[in-house]
Design a protein around this ligand. Structure first.
Ligand code: AHR
Length: 536
């Protein structure tokens, strides 16, 4: 084996040999971690969620109805609530997505039996014979109830395409005006919630370059200013998120970011707290399948997912030209793998995908990138949490399953709110097969580390389909006293959980041996590990 050691922050590289479709043998590795109590905080909001009135996400996925035989809390599926609590879901974005730019919030308040039946943007994508009429049984009160039950903070997306600044401002008042002030606060109270919802995160439109109005960056910036200038100033201070680029475009859509900020510069004073960026690992126009694939498909998806790091870096660099004081942060409010149609868990559950171990590794690599770039990011939202693209859960009727992606969120939860630690991985790069012909290279391991009090969390992904990696972890600060870990892997790269077989892929305990400042682990192929190391 041709071995060459590289030093890169949290992703390692070297050269290997390819035999047929087999990945190269990764070599043993060294991981050096240095932690500082005042390192940047990993914002818990990077582990956020997104749910839309789309296919089976809201109805059936989350909302089963108050009279349902399925265990529920005021109509909300209880297993969903329990698991969102387990992973400490920090926020939920709602009601879309593309749906948001056709949604009128008043349709979803008041007596549920009298709410109108309205058109849903996704109707046009439904298979013949299936209906997507919106029943409005889930509106702002039900959504806020879900947030309270799970402990997640709401993140609302306003309708810019078919709505108006007035409709937006009324929604803000309805949500945030203190009791006894404006009439809208009284209406909220009459509908069951006297206390303000205190919504802080407001998305001003969604994908305004596409389903949210098909605008240019300049047109959007004009409209953005109209929407935010008279934003009702009730507490809390809002965090306003402007629509940003389609990050999965070939050119990363840097033109949108430049165009938006250039036209915001021309003497305008509207604040932009967050710039949304969407990054789908976009395999829609390929022959890739969700559940049946070979080694090329395995590596291509994980490598394409890791391109999100370039998207973050390049848009961040572009933003710096206009915002040298770095007020505006990136908000990756849609991310995940998007496969071609055809493997939905049910025909009416548009965009639903039965995910596999491959998507779990993609998740781990992505979350490690978010951790490492936490200073640039204010939030990220997986698209979408249940019965959709990159989901943590599948649900239909009384059946409920956690996908492999759920276990990664669970294994990474100790990073949330901890301080990012420096991590250097010395190991070999993998040479891997690719569908585009020939081979490609990718880091042999990737990961991130964080510290909270006396506990170090280290997460590492070994994408190799063939080779285990022995890693010697060296902590430069102090001695380690004990360690434990969890592992997600399977002997089959295509393994996943389904409603019929919900427990094929799940995390298990993983042994760690600790001595002095070091710990030694052996990471199996196609695996994610999470370690908790106690510091003396
Ligand atoms: O997540 C599915 C869709 O993807 C969202 O509605 C839209 O914003 C994006 O194009």
């Amino acid at each position: 084996m041709n071995r060459r050691s590289f030093l890169r922050a949290s992703a390692c590289a070297s050269v290997g040999v390819i035999t047929g479709s087999r990945a190269a043998f990764a070599a043993d590795s060294e991981i050096v971690i240095t932690a500082r109590e005042d390192g940047p905080e990993i914002n818990p909001n990077l582990y956020g969620h997104f749910i839309e009135h789309l296919g089976g996400v809201i109805y059936d996925g989350i909302w089963v109805g108050r009279d349902s035989k399925i265990e529920n809390i005021d109509g909300i599926r209880k297993e969903f609530v329990d698991d969102m609590k387990r992973i400490a879901a920090p926020n939920i974005r709602w009601p879309g997505g593309c749906f948001a730019d056709g949604y009128h919030w008043r349709d979803g308040i008041g007596d549920a039996t009298k709410r109108p039946r309205t058109y849903n943007y996704w109707q046009a994508s439904m298979p013949p014979g299936y209906d997507h009429t919106e029943t409005n049984q889930v509106g702002i009160h039900e959504f806020m109830h879900l947030c309270r039950l799970t402990g997640a903070e709401p993140y609302l997306a306003a309708n810019m395409a078919s709505g108006s600044p007035r409709e937006f401002h009324d929604w803000v008042m309805y949500c945030n005006a203190p009791a006894g002030t404006v009439s809208l606060a009284g209406e909220r109270a009459a509908n069951g919630d006297p206390d303000p919802f205190g919504v802080r995160f407001w998305g001003v439109g969604n994908e305004s370059w596409g389903c949210g109005g098909d605008m240019t960056a300049q047109e959007y910036s004009t409209l953005y200013r109209r929407f935010v200038t008279q934003f009702p100033a009730y507490p809390p201070k809002p965090f306003l998120v402007a629509v940003g680029p389609r990050g999965h475009s070939k050119d990363l859509d840097i033109g949108w970011t430049n165009g938006f900020f250039e036209s915001m510069q021309e003497g305008h004073r509207s604040r932009v707290d967050g710039l949304s960026v969407h990054y789908y690992t976009d395999f829609r126009n390929t022959a890739e399948k969700v559940t049946t694939f070979d080694a090329s498909g395995w590596y291509d998806v994980i490598r394409e997912g890791a391109r999100i790091e370039t998207v973050i870096e390049q848009h961040w660099a572009a933003m710096g030209k206009y915002d040298p004081s770095r007020h505006t942060r990136l908000v990756v409010d849609e991310w995940g793998v998007w496969y071609p149609k055809g493997e939905e868990i049910s025909p009416a559950y548009l965009l639903s995908q039965p995910l596999t171990l491959r998507d779990a590794l993609h998740t781990a690599v992505t979350l490690d990138i978010f951790n490492r770039h936490s200073e640039k990011l204010a939030m990220a939202n997986v698209a979408q949490t249940i019965n959709c693209l990159h989901s943590l859960f599948l649900a239909q009727g009384d059946r409920f399953a956690r996908t492999p992606v759920f276990y990664v969120f669970d294994m990474y939860r100790n990073h949330m709110g901890a301080r990012l630690a420096q991590m250097q991985i010395h190991c070999e790069e993998l040479r891997v097969p690719s569908r585009s012909g020939g081979s490609a290279t990718m880091p042999g391991l990737s990961g991130s580390a964080s510290i909270r009090d006396k506990e170090l969390t280290v997460t590492i992904t070994n994408p190799s389909l063939d080779s285990p990696v022995t890693a010697q972890i060296r902590f430069t600060n102090r001695n380690l006293t004990e360690g434990q870990g969890s592992l997600l892997t399977n002997s089959e790269m295509t393994a996943g959980n389904s409603l019929d077989h919900p427990d094929i892929v799940r995390s298990v305990a993983f042994p760690v041996s600790v001595a002095g400042k070091g710990a030694r682990i052996s990471i199996p192929p196609r695996a994610v590990v999470s370690l908790q190391l106690r510091i003396a």
